[in-house]
Every structure is written in structure tokens, then in C-alpha cells.
Design a protein around this ligand. Structure first.
Ligand code: G3H
Ligand code: 13P
Ligand code: ZN
Length: 331
């Protein structure tokens, strides 16, 4: 059954981004696909009074069931109210790859969609993005497009090398498509291995230090599109304490490298209004679950290991809001 996001208390990203741009912070876009993640996200944002973009990939939609997911998002809005905080919440499709998928999400209560045509030739990206925008705007749904390709894995699309966004294309792209925000490629990538070890230097503790993000490209884009909301994907920091904890308790994650928090803070104070984080949540949950199961081998009630994982996740999300994105008290 079709439902418009407004009926279930969600908002699109227009006002959120305007405030973020004026206030020099970024709105957290946290991915979820299960109840404990959703609870942790809502609790973290309510306790810090942060606006929130709840993000769902096509894989997550298949995993959780699209109907269940739509009611989970509705439940999240009610849960926030119950916690006494009516924070603005957007429900966003992450890396939509077809017009049909975006349309289906819009019909099932999403308030924002991403159409990721970045792996297509430029003209095809423009055509596909413009088609989604034309449809979405009829329902006041906001649209994120992407220019430039992130290294790593974007859902089913594997890009071996990063192709940075070309600043000379952004004005034409935004003008022709009518997108509300633009994801750009300036050196971030998805997952826990954002750089190869040979691309990094090492500090005195043997920790990999990645090359800095391309702030010159970001600045050029800001000059060409003043006041236009920019989105950063692949923005997990891959905290070494979480990776070490996973490996200590039987995991095997090698050569993990993320984006240093200071660089994300700097990006958040610029035109970057939305910062996407998924992998760090996965690491926090996995570390906590592994620890509980290793230290309490007799536990078999899922609440006994998912509960601590949810708590760890909430703390991670709060830390990002307060210390990295700057969206605390911006509800
Ligand atoms: O950008 C990709 C997100 O981290 C979602 O990942 O497709 O495995 O759900 P997923
Ligand atoms: P990370 O893999 O760095 O968390 O990025 C998530 C993302 O960009 C989702 O779209
Ligand atoms: Zn992404």
C-alpha cells in the first residue's frame, strides 16, 4: 500500500541541510538493517538532540523485508516521541541504482532517495538522475546524486580505483538534473580497508596514516556551487581499538584503515552537510558480540550479546555526533 513519508512523521532533507550549512556541521546518515541498530541510532540521536538521516541500502531492504522496514521507520519516529524528543528524521535510500527502486521507496514512505549513477557515463548519469528527480519532487522527496566514483565496493558496483569528482562537471550536473544534494569523491571509500597499506605512512605505534582527503577539490566545488549541500560517503574512521578487539576475540581483519576523525570534522564544517557511516557500526557491533561470546561461553540468549552490542553502538554514534559531525543540539 502506498504511503507518503509525511503521513508517518518523517521529513525530507531540505531544511536539515540548510541548517547544517548555516551551522557548519553535518547530519549523521547512519545505515541500519536490524532492530538493535535502529534502537541504537534513535537513542543516540535523541540523547544528543541530533537530526538524523536513517539510511537503507537496497541490500538492507532485501535483508529486512521492505514492508517490515517501512514500519520499523515509522516505529522509530514514534519511539523518538516516546523518548520525549521530536528530532527531525529522514528515511533515505542509500545507493539506489534504478528509477524503479527509487520509485518503490518513495511509494513506501522514504522521504529522500539517492540515485547513484556515478558508474555510468556522464550523460547517462544526468538522464537517470533527472528522471528520478522529476518523479521524486512531485512528492516532495529529496534526491541525492553522485559524481565521481569512490574506490571500493558500492553495493554491487566494484570500482578498483577512485575517480575524483571533476569540479568542472558539478554545475552542469546540478543544473541539468535538479538534485537537492551531491555526493562527491575526494578520497573516501566504502568498507574497513579504505586505503592499501602501501598508500599509507605508519606512526610510531605502527598505525597506518592514510593520505589526506582532497580538500582542494571540495573547496573548488564549494566555490562553484556556493551553499549547495555536499555529501560524503565512505566516512567511517575504522577505530583501531574496535579492529583490535575483533581480532583479539577470534576475528581476522587485516590492514584496516579509515578516515581520520579530524578530517571528517573539517569536512563537516564546510559544505558537507551529510556524512555516511556504516562500517564503524558494523565493527562496534561485531567487537562487542565477539567479546561477550568469548568471555561468557555459556550465553545463548541473543539479548545477552545483542544488548551490549546495542549499547556499544549507541556510544559510537553519540561520539560521532558530539565530536566529529557537530550535530549535537541541532534538532
Ligand atoms: O554504501 C554501502 C553501505 O555501507 C551499505 O552496505 O549494501 O552491504 O547494505 P550494504
Ligand atoms: P563506510 O563504509 O565508510 O561506513 O561508508 C558508508 C556509506 O557510505 C554508505 O553509503
Ligand atoms: Zn555510500
Amino acid at each position: 500500500m502506498a504511503v507518503n513519508y509525511k503521513e508517518i512523521g518523517l521529513v525530507n532533507t531540505i531544511y536539515m541541510f540548510k541548517k547544517a550549512m548555516d551551522g557548519g556541521y553535518a547530519v549523521p546518515a547512519y545505515n541500519f538493517n536490524n532492530m538493535e541498530q535502529l534502537q541504537a541510532i534513535i537513542l543516540a540521536c535523541c540523547e544528543t538532540k541530533s537530526p538524523l538521516i536513517l539510511q537503507v541500502s537496497s541490500g538492507a531492504r532485501k535483508y529486512a523485508n521492505q514492508t517490515l522496514l517501512r514500519y520499523m521507520a515509522e516505529g522509530a519516529v514514534e519511539y523518538a516521541k516516546e523518548l520525549g524528543r521530536e528530532i527531525p528524521i529522514a528515511l533515505h535510500l542509500d545507493h539506489g541504482d534504478t528509477f524503479e527502486l527509487c520509485k518503490s521507496c518513495i511509494e513506501t514512505g522514504f522521504s529522500s532517495v539517492m540515485i547513484d549513477g556515478s558508474h555510468h557515463p556522464y550523460d547517462k548519469n544526468v538522464e537517470l538522475t533527472a528522471k528520478v528527480v522529476e518523479y521524486a519532487h512531485k512528492y516532495d522527496v529529496t534526491v541525492e546524486g553522485e559524481l565521481g566514483v569512490l574506490a571500493g565496493i558500492e553495493d554491487d558496483v566494484v570500482a578498483e580505483e577512485s575517480t575524483y569528482t571533476k569540479p568542472e562537471e558539478v554545475e552542469d550536473f546540478v543544473g541539468k538534473t535538479g538534485v537537492d544534494s551531491l555526493a562527491i569523491s575526494i578520497g573516501t571509500s566504502h568498507g574497513a580497508n579504505k586505503f592499501k597499506p602501501e598508500q599509507c605512512t605508519k606512526n610510531e605505534d605502527g598505525v597506518f596514516i592514510p593520505p589526506p582527503l582532497k580538500f582542494d577539490i571540495l573547496e573548488e566545488i564549494e566555490n562553484i556551487l556556493p551553499g549547495f549541500p555536499i555529501v560524503l560517503h565512505g566516512s567511517s574512521s575504522v577505530p583501531m581499538d574496535l579492529v583490535n578487539m575483533i581480532n583479539k576475540y577470534g576475528g581476522d581483519i587485516k590492514d584496516a584503515v579509515g578516515i581520520p576523525e579530524e578530517q571528517l570534522r573539517k569536512a563537516a564544517s564546510s559544505a558537507v552537510c551529510k556524512i555516511n557511516i556504516d562500517s564503524d557500526g558494523r565493527l562496534a557491533m561485531t567487537a562487542a558480540i565477539r567479546e561477550t561470546l568469548a568471555e561468557q561461553p555459556s550465553v545463548f540468549d541473543p539479548r545477552k550479546y545483542l544488548g551490549p552490542a546495542r549499547e556499544a553502538l549507541k556510544e559510537l554514534y553519540k561520539h560521532k555526533i558530539v565530536n566529529v559531525l557537530g550535530s549535537e543540539n541541532k534538532d
